[in-house]
Design a protein around this ligand. Structure first.
Ligand code: UT7
Length: 327
């Protein structure tokens, strides 16, 4: 039987400090009522320690994963990290995390696909397992969004939070990752991006003054594209694998807006009970939302359940993974 990549464990970490909607009422012109009805978010966790960064969010999640799966760090072959808030432009965050957790035999790298980062990274990692190249890979989604959020811009600051999530990928035959559909459209780059800090607009006095190092989004455009993008790729992966909505037990989506997720359920004619949502507690944590959601709802999953992971984000990027729960 063909070797598949199975998720053999899942863990996550959120920092202690919490920003509630009420806190935002004191910071910008907004209200708990607007944020709740327009996004579904009630609170987000924020990494306040000035000595910590995205690698610490990822390392905490990875440590929890190693403990939970009773795995020694030196058993890990590879670490892959999805993030848009790497500790540095270079080197990558994956190997910093490897050092922090004592994974001395592992190597790794980062993948930047914004909110679809965890989907892209999980698919990439699964190929190293399917080909028999590696036996134990930690796939991390981690973002310290508070490092690129403009807390004077009410249209974006209320959306994001900080978190790290991690899964262990191992070989299996019976269940695991069955198929995936990935997509991208680079013409979407202008609608959701960080203007400065890259080679196009390196950091300067001017870029700082113009607040160009923060995440910028044209919300309405992204909203529409996200509903269509996620719905289409879920439909594609289901059709490719002969699945009807009755065959799917759970949809685990990227958490950007509760209204987006209800619209996707509606579009696909799937019960909203099957679409797992925890955005109220964390906001949009970019690459961390899917592993965080898996961690929060793992108790509901049964071995063999058909699960679809999906995301849409900056790029534009999107994707859906069909897997059978293996633990
Ligand atoms: O994760 C990556 C992908 N990202 C997404 O999928 C996010 C997609 N977009 C969204 O989730 C939504 O577009 C937002 C939550 C960002 C905004 O919600 P919206 O329903 O699309 O609002 P809008 O941008 O159309 O703005 C409606 C009104 C505007 O006022 P006017 O022009 O109608 O007077 C905004 O200025 O709401 C105003 N507004 C706010 N009011 C109170 C925008 N932000 C706020 C705020 N509090 N925080």
């Amino acid at each position: 039987m063909k070797t598949k990549a199975i998720i053999s464990g899942v863990a996550a970490y959120v920092p202690d400090h919490i920003l509630t909607n009420k806190d935002f009422e004191k910071m910008v012109d907004t209200s708990d009522e607007w944020i709740t009805t327009r996004t579904g978010i009630k609170k987000r966790h924020i990494l306040k320690d000035p000595d910590k960064a995205t690698s610490d969010l990822g390392a905490e999640a990875a440590r929890a994963l190693l403990k939970k799966t009773n795995t020694h760090p030196e058993e890990i072959d590879m670490i892959m990290v999805a993030t848009v808030t790497a500790d540095y432009p270079f080197p990558d965050t994956a190997n910093i995390i490897g050092h922090k957790i004592g994974a001395k035999k592992a190597f790794g790298y980062d993948i930047n696909a914004a909110c679809s980062g965890f989907i892209y990274t999980l698919v990439t990692a699964s190929k190293f397992i399917e080909t028999g190249t590696y036996k134990k890979i930690i796939v991390i989604g981690a973002d310290m969004m508070s490092s690129i959020v403009d807390y004077e811009d009410r249209t974006t600051c209320i959306l994001f939070g900080d978190a790290g999530g991690a899964v262990l990928l191992e070989p299996g035959t019976e269940n695991g990752i069955i198929d995936a559909v990935l997509g991208a459209d680079g013409s979407g780059a202008d609608y959701l991006y960080c203007k400065a800090g890259g080679s196009r607009h390196p950091a300067s006095h001017e870029t700082v003054q113009n607040r160009e190092h923060f995440a910028y989004q044209e919300g309405r455009v992204v909203f529409k594209a996200a509903v269509k993008g996620m719905s289409d790729c879920i439909e594609d992966v289901m059709a490719k694998n002969g699945l009807t909505s009755e065959d799917v037990q759970w949809i685990v989506p990227h958490q950007a807006n509760k209204r987006i997720l209800h619209a996707v359920a509606n579009y696909l004619d799937v019960s909203t009970d099957k679409v797992l949502i925890n955005i109220e507690n964390y906001g949009n944590t970019t690459a961390a939302t899917i592993p965080l959601c898996l961690r929060d709802f793992e108790h509901k999953f049964k071995k063999g359940d058909n699960i679809i992971l999906t995301a849409f984000g900056g790029g534009f990027t999107w994707g859906a993974i069909y897997l059978k729960w293996a633990i």
